[in-house]
Design a protein around this ligand. Structure first.
Ligand SMILES: [Zn+2]
Length: 171
């Protein structure tokens, strides 16, 4: 397994819309393993393929706590088929926007259809942190970041800060 470099704001790659996966094969399974390894190393609780520069509709999540047994979840071609009117607020962060956190309001419950690591059709009714995490990661597949859900003023400040940081690193 390989730890892959993360794509960081303001890299335009993060704004790409990822394409559906046509075949679940050994190459794809290797990519899911690399993504999990990269996520655990960061550490984070969710990672979309585009965050390691692969514009394909796939994401991994693990909500297990430190010291607990790992619970890796793989979602291929995930699709939200319904969302609740109830909403919940979580403080979100993102491996592509390091050390920035903000509260985001989203539907509290979502039903998601997807293929698992074996390519089998599955569906999950998610609530709590899993619901938020799935929506955050599926947003990535559509080129959307969690900062798109906060105020424009706050978003512009974050983008400015990261743009400045990326420029100074290039020198
Ligand atoms: Zn993210």
């Amino acid at each position: 397994m390989t730890i892959k470099p993360l794509i960081i704001l303001p890299d335009p790659v993060l704004r790409q819309v990822s394409k559906p996966i046509e075949r679940v094969d050994a190459d794809l399974q290797r990519l899911t393993d690399d993504m999990l390894e990269t996520m655990y190393d960061a550490p984070g609780i969710g990672l979309a393929a585009i965050q390691v520069g692969v514009p394909r509709r796939m994401l991994v999540i693990d909500l297990s706590k430190e010291g607990e047994e790992k619970q890796p979840l793989v979602f291929i071609n995930p699709e939200i088929v319904s969302s609740s009117d109830d909403r919940s607020v979580y403080e979100e962060g993102c491996l592509s926007i390091p050390d920035y956190y903000a509260e985001v309001e989203r539907p509290a419950q979502v039903t998601v259809k997807y293929l698992d690591r074996e390519g089998k059709e599955q569906s999950v009714v998610a609530d709590g942190l899993l619901a938020t995490c799935l929506q955050h990661e599926i947003d990535h597949l559509n080129g959307v970041l969690f900062i798109d859900h906060i105020s424009r003023l706050k978003r512009e400040m974050v983008i400015k800060k990261f743009t400045k940081a990326s420029k100074s690193k290039a020198l």
